[in-house]
Every structure is written in C-alpha cells, then in structure tokens.
Design a protein around this ligand. Sequence first.
Ligand code: HEC
Ligand code: HEC
Ligand code: HEC
Ligand code: HEC
Ligand code: HEC
Length: 210
Amino acid sequence: MFWAVGLAVFLVAAVANQDEILSPGPVNPGHEAVDCTSCHLPATGSHRQQIQANLQKFMAGENTDAPFHSEPVDNSACEDCHDRKMEDRHPAFRFKEPRFKEARASVAPQYCVSCHQEHTGKRVANGGDFCGSCHREFEEGQKIKGPDHQALADQERFDTCLKCHDFHGNHRYKVPQELQDAFSKEAVLYYLDDGPSPFGDDKIHADREQ
Ligand code: HEC
Ligand code: HEC
Ligand code: HEC
Ligand code: HEC
Ligand code: HEC
C-alpha cells in the first residue's frame, strides 16, 4: 500500500503529462479520446504541495490518505458530458432516497461508477442483471403490454430485462413485446462488454466530447 502510494507520487512528480502515467486498465468504450483530467480533477492545493505533504507522511510511515493528485471521480464529472436533462429513467441522484437502502447496499445505484467501472475496457462491468434489487413487485391488475412481468420476477428471470429495455431510456427504438422477439442474450452481453448497441444508435441526448 505504502509502496503503491510512493510509486504513484513518484510518477506524478516524474511526468508532467498525466497521460503518460500508466493507466490502471484499458479505457472504456467511447472514452478513447477523453482526457484523463476530464475525470481526474486536480485536488485542491498545488501538485508540489500535495506531493511534499504526502512524501513527508510517507517517510514518517503514516498513512497518506489525503487526496494527492486528484479528487475521487464523482457523478458530476460524468454528467458534464452525459447530461440527460433530468429525463434519465433511472437518475442516479434519486437513489439516495431512504426507500432504496437495500439497493444501495447491493448495487450502489447512486454512483455512475458502480456500474460503469472505469479502466475495465467494458461499457458496464456488473453483468446487468441487477434489476431485481428494485423491480420485484408489479402492481396487481396492472396490465403491462408485453410479457407477464410478475411471472418473470417471481422466476428471478432478471437476465431477461435488458433484452427488451435499455436502462437509462436514452435510445429511440421499439420495445419488443414478446420474449421470442427480444434481443439475444449474446447481443446484450456483447454490448455490456464493448460491442455495438442492440438498441441502435439513435440517442435522445448525445454524449459531449468536450
Ligand atoms: C471516464 C472517466 C475516467 C477517465 C477518462 C480516466 N479515468 Fe482514471 N479512474 C476513473 C475512475 C472512476 C477510477 C476509480 C477510482 C475513483 O473513483 O477515483 C479511476 C482510477 C484511476 C487510477 C487509480 C488511482 C486512483 O485515483 O484511484 C489511476 C492511476 C488513474 N485512474 C489514471 C488515469 C489515467 C492516466 C487516465 C488517462 C489515460 C485516466 N485515469 C482516465 C475514471 C477515469
Ligand atoms: C469529456 C467528456 C466525457 C466524460 C467526462 C465522460 N464521458 Fe463517457 N463518453 C464520452 C463520449 C464522447 C463517449 C462516446 C459516445 C459514443 O461513442 O457515442 C462516451 C461513452 C460512454 C459510455 C458508452 C456509451 C455508448 O453508448 O456506447 C458510457 C457508459 C460512459 N461514457 C459513461 C461515462 C461515465 C460513467 C463517466 C464518468 C466516470 C463518463 N462517461 C465520463 C464523453 C465523456
Ligand atoms: C445501476 C447501474 C447503472 C448506473 C448507476 C448507471 N448506469 Fe449507465 N448504464 C447502465 C446499463 C445497464 C447500461 C446499458 C443499457 C443502456 O444502454 O441503457 C448503461 C448505459 C449507459 C450509457 C450508454 C447509453 C446511453 O444512455 O447513452 C451511458 C452514456 C451511461 N450509461 C452513463 C451513465 C452515467 C453518466 C451514470 C451516472 C449519472 C450512469 N450511467 C449510471 C447501468 C448503470
Ligand atoms: C435502484 C432501483 C432500481 C433498479 C436497480 C432498476 N430500476 Fe427500473 N425503475 C426504478 C424506479 C424508481 C422507476 C420509476 C418507477 C415509477 O416512477 O413508478 C423505474 C422504472 C423503470 C421502467 C419504466 C420506465 C417508464 O418510463 O415508465 C423500466 C422499463 C425499468 N425501470 C426497467 C429497469 C431495468 C431493465 C433494470 C435493470 C437493468 C432496472 N429497471 C433497474 C428503480 C430501479
Ligand atoms: C419481451 C420484452 C420484455 C421483457 C423481457 C421485459 N419487459 Fe418490461 N416491458 C415490456 C413492454 C413491451 C412494456 C410496456 C411499456 C413499454 O412499451 O415500454 C414493459 C414495461 C415495463 C415497465 C413499466 C411498467 C409500467 O408501469 O408501465 C417496467 C418497470 C418493466 N417493464 C420492467 C421490466 C423488468 C424489471 C424486466 C425483467 C424482469 C422486464 N421489464 C422484462 C417488455 C419487456
């Protein structure tokens, strides 16, 4: 741990251009041209001050838990470029409400990076079958067009949800009505990894390159 911090401090001090620091993993699909500093905002205080403060602690054998080269990446960095203008079907900020306590413990849906872990080379790094942490009860008598949703939930078929629904509701496409017309499991998993979107390219809100 100390060695990792020491090495990171050394690298930050040694190279002026942050792009030259070894990234901890492959960039995620779509982020090839995104600057490191778009997500890693410099922490308060100059680099030199941070490095000195951390080096002193490091030499003294103390835990250097002060942020040194950047602040933790929070939703606002992502929302700068991925702004859905409050129309997101699952807006991350909403999941701070008390009723989502259980979901917070299992999926942490209040943070973009819970599902979109960066430096994994994957679009979505958590399998995408987490819908059941919120959608288990469909109101009785509520007639949803499409498959019997309560039956799917009762059978724990949460792997089927993304075969018909996108998560954020940012694609214009026709939602399949029947399971036999749904997107294939392979197409969905390929998309969650780094393949093309089964929901198509027609997005309601575009992604900003900044
Ligand atoms: C799209 C946003 C994004 C971009 C672009 C990005 N990162 Fe990261 N990076 C993250 C996230 C999220 C983490 C996980 C830790 C966190 O939340 O702070 C992380 C972690 C890291 C870490 C591990 C240390 C730490 O702060 O936890 C390093 C080192 C790092 N990134 C370097 C880079 C470099 C170098 C680049 C450019 C080649 C880069 N990153 C581009 C989002 C990004
Ligand atoms: C500087 C702008 C910028 C920042 C900051 C940024 N992104 Fe992106 N992101 C983009 C662009 C541009 C694309 C490519 C969109 C495309 O290919 O249509 C993209 C692609 C993506 C994709 C794949 C989209 C798709 O349809 O294939 C996801 C998921 C994503 N970003 C999530 C995030 C998350 C989470 C964060 C914060 C940790 C973040 N982005 C930060 C600009 C940004
Ligand atoms: C609970 C998991 C989860 C969280 C939290 C989450 N996403 Fe996603 N995201 C997904 C899944 C699953 C997909 C693939 C399905 C789709 O395209 O909607 C996706 C797709 C995307 C895409 C590509 C499709 C599109 O909507 O343009 C972008 C960009 C994106 N997410 C950005 C974000 C940002 C920014 C945040 C935080 C404000 C965030 N996501 C939070 C699960 C999540
Ligand atoms: C953290 C909780 C949570 C998770 C996880 C979650 N949802 Fe939702 N979802 C909601 C809430 C809250 C609503 C809004 C319901 C309302 O307004 O009555 C919603 C609404 C929806 C809607 C209806 C949107 C509309 O426009 O009427 C669909 C479809 C949906 N979710 C699909 C999914 C799918 C697919 C997944 C998994 C990939 C998922 N949800 C995961 C909480 C969640
Ligand atoms: C075969 C396709 C299909 C599958 C699989 C599917 N849905 Fe749906 N779902 C639909 C259709 C069609 C509607 C009707 C509304 C629409 O057109 O978006 C709908 C509506 C919904 C709604 C909105 C209900 C309302 O109040 O209007 C939610 C929430 C939802 N689905 C969640 C889920 C979840 C969670 C799963 C996984 C267990 C799932 N769906 C699986 C096709 C599907």
